[in-house]
Write a protein that binds this ligand. Structure first.
Ligand code: MG
Ligand code: MG
Length: 265
């Protein structure tokens, strides 16, 4: 069942999601060669708790019911999503996708950004740029009266136009009191098909895009999702409210932009 949100509920979702944006910016300040993802997650968790929220991901169960152990998902290079933070230092030329969730005043925030670590190869930087562009093309279709397939089609056509792979097995989602609500929001699809978008729907749009083939596999830890060909993958995510005419982006990369400035990719 899809829950349509009132303006009051949307305001609460905005608060939770703005906190995610500020948390990702705290992480952005620290990303450089030598830093561990475990440290990034620790800093993020402290920041989230200092702001009166809890990290939604920590303790979130996977299919077997085992809890995710950290506040952030940190997915390096060929890892697409759901990386468990660890003590391995980031290296010059890596990319790291950081996904963050908050729970604040009964509502969830969810947003992700893929960062460069030091000097990253131009073809990998292009993957990040195109994936981020695809996210905004998807958001451009998150408008009342359009359909879910319009979002997926916009993301898919942009990325496949560059020869990239679009992950099928994991998708965006409705969001509200629960982190994952209906509907599923695929990053692929056909225009004019799928669920009709209505004012008040709040959804997380999150392209997961691979530089090579789109095939993925799960790591032995039961969480990390990697590309089978071990080529890099990017992940950008915003939580948005569907409105008439134009979506409102409830999360924000503005805080990240303030930290990264011109160094974006
Ligand atoms: Mg997320
Ligand atoms: Mg999400």
């Amino acid at each position: 069942m899809i829950f349509l949100k009132t303006e009051e509920e949307t305001a609460l979702l905005r608060e939770a999601n703005q906190l995610v944006g500020r948390t990702l910016a705290e992480v952005a300040k620290l990303i450089k060669p030598g830093v561990t993802t475990a440290y990034l997650s620790q800093v993020a968790e402290e920041f989230i708790r200092d702001n009166g929220a809890t990290p939604t991901f920590k303790g979130f169960p996977n299919q077997d019911g085992s809890p995710f152990p950290a506040a952030l998902c940190t997915s390096v290079n060929d890892m697409v999503i759901h990386g468990i933070p660890n003590d391995e230092p980031l290296k010059d030329g890596d990319i790291v996708s950081v996904d963050c969730g908050t729970y604040l005043n009964g509502y969830c925030g969810d947003s992700a950004y893929t960062f460069c670590v030091g000097e990253v190869a131009p073809d990998v930087r292009q993957l990040l740029k195109v994936t981020k562009e695809a996210l905004y093309k998807g958001i451009g279709n998150a408008v009342a009266g359009r359909r879910l397939g319009d979002i997926g089609s916009a993301v898919q056509s942009h990325c496949e136009g560059y020869g990239y792979g679009v992950v099928r097995e994991f998708v965006g989602h409705g969001i509200g009191r629960e982190m994952h609500e209906d509907p599923a929001v695929p990053n692929y699809g056909r225009r004019g098909t799928g669920t009709l978008l209505k004012k008040g729907m709040c959804i997380a749009i999150e392209p997961m895009i691979t530089m090579g083939k789109r095939n993925i596999a799960m790591k032995e830890d039961g969480w990390g999702i990697v590309t089978v060909d071990h080529k890099p993958a990017a992940h950008f995510e915003h939580t948005v409210a569907v409105l008439a005419g134009k979506a409102e982006i409830l999360s924000s990369f503005d805080y990240i932009d303030e930290v990264l400035g011109k160094r974006e990719f």
